[in-house]
Design a protein around this ligand. Structure first.
Ligand code: FAD
Ligand code: PHB
Length: 389
């Protein structure tokens, strides 16, 4: 069997790339390891940069997001029972959109169904062959049978634990990594959000975040030890701890309820360079990971997709390979800036096991500076809103 582009991974990166390419008449086959239900049950990102919002409109999948998404023009940074706003509209005349990754993924699945584009779920043993030749091929097992697709290009959109990155020979890539000694315990609950805006709270007991998915659905996180398990955190313990870490007025008005999802995510910064090997391109979490503090992971996947979409369309339009050759450098330039922002937000707002009194004073000084300086707030806002593609 043959197609133009094989996309490995049916998360947001793979689905969005497929959608953009198919609409231009470029044929794609999408291979996903899990079932659709499994992918749609994974609760992850919630904050979309304006660049991603625009890209979803360009891809023809922005309608439901436009209707149901929540435009956010500020965030609240809390510390020691007080805090201040970063006003995106005043500082940068822009905003982010709160719209769940699961909703966005559902929109993309439905759009792919409507185009009748090939999408195989529960594929196993995906292997990449000849990515450094003119005849790349992907083999896999589906419905108990081995199958093969020959193609022009392979897009590795299979997340951090996928096969694509590891198909690049070890001597052809460099990996950069920081593993943080902490995790985020996240809870989704069918309760009204405690506040209209997101609250990022720095506290002596650890970081906390109040977020949301819709007016009736809240998403909260607290920093926990990396070794902690979900079983150690029954709902009452979670709510008690969250309330201790956020400003008193928020703690008093918060509506708690049963968790409908609860999970712990480790915090990591990671980049694989380059993001291309021959005819294989890495996109999204397959190439890089950020700690979630800056809300950048999904948004970075989107900018990679944008660069790759443009490069492949150019190639199929007039055979021009210039953007293909530039893909890795262009994507990485944006990736490293988002890595820096996510790392700095993480360092600013969390408590670390080995922190000295000096380190704590540095955090405090940074927060004080942010509160008092429009220039510092503008820098934060510019990065949170997303650097241009
Ligand atoms: P994934 O979503 O991981 O998708 C990869 C897909 O490939 C998966 O469906 C997987 O099943 C499939 N796959 C894996 N291996 C194979 C294989 N061998 N064969 C076939 N298929 C395979 N980002 C933000 O921008 N804003 C946020 O607010 C935010 N919050 C987050 C909160 C949490 C708790 C977490 C964990 C993440 C958060 N992120 C956030 C990050 C964001 O969710 C990811 O960056 C995003 O999912 C990346 O998309 P992706 O398509 O690259 O990878
Ligand atoms: C979320 O709503 O899941 C979320 C929001 C902001 C972040 C991270 C996660 O920085």
């Amino acid at each position: 069997m043959r197609t133009q582009v094989v996309i490995i991974g049916g998360g947001p990166a793979g689905l969005l790339l497929g959608q953009l390419l198919q609409r231009q008449g470029i044929d794609t086959v999408l291979l996903e390891r899990h079932s659709r239900e499994y992918v749609l049950a994974r609760i992850r990102a919630g904050v979309l940069e304006a660049g991603l919002v625009d890209l979803l409109h360009q891809a023809g999948v922005g309608e439901r997001m436009q209707r149901n998404g929540l435009r956010h023009e500020e965030i609240y940074l809390a510390h020691s029972n007080r805090g201040f706003r970063i006003d995106f509209r005043q500082l940068c005349d822009s905003a982010v959109m709160v719209y769940g990754q699961t909703e966005l993924t559902l929109d993309l699945y439905q759009a792919r169904d409507a185009m009748n584009a090939t999408m195989l779920h529960q594929v196993d043993q995906v292997e990449i062959h000849g990515a450094d030749t003119d005849k790349p091929r992907v083999s896999f097992i589906h419905d108990g049978r081995e199958q093969n697709f020959e193609c022009d290009f392979i897009a590795g959109c299979d997340g951090f634990h996928g096969v694509s990155r590891n198909s690049v020979p070890a001597d052809q890539r460099t990996l950069f990594e920081r593993v943080y000694p902490l995790g985020w315990l996240g809870v989704l609950s069918r309760t009204p959000p405690v506040s209209d805006e997101l609250i990022y709270a720095s506290h002596a007991r650890g970081f906390a975040l109040c977020s949301m998915r819709s007016p009736g659905l809240s998403r909260y996180y607290i920093q926990v030890a990396l070794e902690d398990s979900v079983q150690q955190w029954p709902d009452e313990a979670f709510w008690r701890e969250l309330k201790r870490r956020i400003p008193h007025d928020a703690a008093e008005s918060i509506v708690s309820g049963d968790s409908i999802e609860k999970s712990i995510a480790p915090l990591r910064s990671f980049v694989a360079e380059p993001m291309r090997w021959g005819r294989l391109f890495l996109c999204g979490d397959a190439a890089h990971i950020v700690p979630p503090t800056g809300a950048k992971g999904l948004n970075l996947a989107a900018s990679d997709v944008y660069y790759l979409w443009r490069a492949l369309s150019q190639y199929y339009e007039d055979g021009d390979e210039q953007d293909i050759d530039n893909y890795s450098a262009m994507a990485l330039s944006r990736v490293w800036k988002a890595e820096r922002f996510s790392w700095s937000m993480t360092n600013l707002l969390h408590r670390f096991p080995e922190q000295s009194q000096f380190d704590l004073r540095m955090q405090q000084a940074q927060l004080d500076y942010l509160e008092s300086s429009r220039a510092a707030q503008t820098a934060l806002a510019e990065n949170y809103l997303g650097l241009p593609y």
